[in-house]
Design a binder for this molecule. Structure first.
Ligand code: PMP
Length: 404
């Protein structure tokens, strides 16, 4: 058995009182036999499971931990804000200060609105686009994940046809297919929703073709549709100003979440002046949307990121990891493909049907104290120093050897 007594006991209890023992992406059933369902703590680039086993973390909580687990500056901001209050009758002033900093950091942003997660943020963008245009149709890339809400959910159970009646699909990086989808929408096209790169689960990642990004911008301008960038997964990780800023393609609306507040629940929508009235006209809110602690954590995270050290650390760590894994695969005789930005790596094995090799390798890595995923991209944080990467590589070398 690879799982300890603590983990097994928790799984038994969870099966009684939590649907499926755990629901959603946090269910590790399809992951590997060695991956724990439960984690009890995190520090820097390390997480600890319910049996006290330590793992060097390559998932970063599936994206949120951009500065590392328990970053002292963010923890201090959380503690300080908690002394004053979190969920109050009115919005905390920290919301204004943080919105100012976001608008100052993101060139396409003239305003910011806060929510709790990525689904909220993308949904708010779509509602705003419909309010602005008075139109209904929304273009989305086939297979792209925008959240677990009925209008965009990727799986059918419990979703009615009418929930997604106004979606039209295009193929990512295929401008012709987006133009055809826009033509199908005709004069009812409200929004073009797009992720900064193709990071659909269970396939290699694909960077955006800059011509495709520019083409969508032109298509939105020509049709009067709103260009919505779903930057939830990357947010500040690739570029503080938004993932398409290096391309010079600016969205009308953008959705952010995962790493905004280094693990505190927070989402954000930013937009241009042209959409200020439209976003003001829709009714969006939530009991916890302006909770002050996550906002203070967001402010502290962005302030830390703006010091300029974190992004280069992640990029350097990612390159070191990519180079090391490539060399190990070669040495051990495995064909692998590494895709996506180095800060958000994805590794697949050549000809690996149903991810059997990847799952076995991830299991071997977990047994050696490295937490990574066989068919979802990983994430690096500012806590991933050269030493951490070298420690990880030493263990993955053992995992490749075991796979042989
Ligand atoms: N959009 C993208 C691109 C995402 O990766 C995710 C989360 N994986 C979402 C939207 C939804 O975010 P959340 O899970 O916070 O609702």
């Amino acid at each position: 058995p690879t799982l300890g007594a603590g983990e097994r006991a928790l799984r038994d209890r969870a099966r009684q009182v939590i649907p499926g023992g755990m629901y959603g992406h946090m269910n590790v059933a399809a992951f590997s036999a060695a991956h724990p369902q439960f984690m009890v703590s995190g520090n820097g680039a390390t997480v600890v499971d319910a049996d006290g086993r330590e793992y060097l973390d390559l998932m970063c909580s599936w994206g949120p931990m951009i500065l590392g687990h328990g970053h002292p500056t963010v923890t201090a901001a959380i503690t300080e804000q908690l002394r004053h209050g979190d969920c109050l009758d009115g919005t905390s002033p920290v919301a204004v200060e943080y919105a100012e900093l976001l608008v100052d950091t993101i060139p396409s942003a003239d305003w910011a609105l806060f929510c709790k997660n990525g689904s909220d943020a993308v949904t708010t963008c779509v509602t705003t686009a419909r309010a602005a245009t008075g139109r209904r149709k929304v273009l989305v890339a086939r297979g792209a994940y925008h959240g677990a809400v009925p209008w965009c959910a990727l799986r059918g159970e419990g979703i009615t046809e009418s929930d997604q009646a106004h979606l039209i699909h295009y193929e990512y990086n295929d401008l012709g297919s987006a133009e055809a989808a826009a033509a199908e929408a005709g004069d009812d096209l409200a929004a073009i929703v797009v992720c900064p790169m193709r990071h659909d689960v269970k396939r290699d990642q694909e960077l955006v073709d800059p011509a495709f990004a520019r083409g969508l911008r032109t298509l939105a301008d020509r049709t009067g549709a709103v260009l919505v960038l779903d930057d939830v997964r990357c947010t500040h990780r690739l570029d503080l100003g938004g993932s398409w800023e290096p391309l010079g393609v600016r969205p009308d609306l953008a959705a952010y979440s995962k790493p905004l507040a280094n693990g505190q629940p927070l989402g954000a929508v930013t937009g241009s002046d042209a959409l200020r009235d439209a976003v003001g006209s829709i009714y969006v809110t939530g009991s916890f949307w302006t909770g002050a602690v996550p906002l203070a954590a967001g402010l502290a995270t962005l302030t830390e990121l703006r010091r300029g050290e974190a992004l280069p650390v992640m990029e350097r760590a990612g390159q070191r990891l990519r180079d090391g894994l490539a060399a190990q695969a070669l040495t051990h005789g495995f064909g692998i493909h590494q895709s996506g930005p180095v800060q958000m790596p994805m590794l697949s094995f050549t000809g690996d049907e149903n991810f059997r090799l990847a799952t076995a390798w991830a299991e071997a890595a977990a047994l050696r104290g490295v937490y990574l995923h066989p068919w979802h991209n990983w994430f690096l944080s500012a806590a991933h120093t050269d030493e951490v990467i070298d420690d990880i590589l030493q263990r993955t070398d053992g995992a490749f050897a075991a796979l042989r």
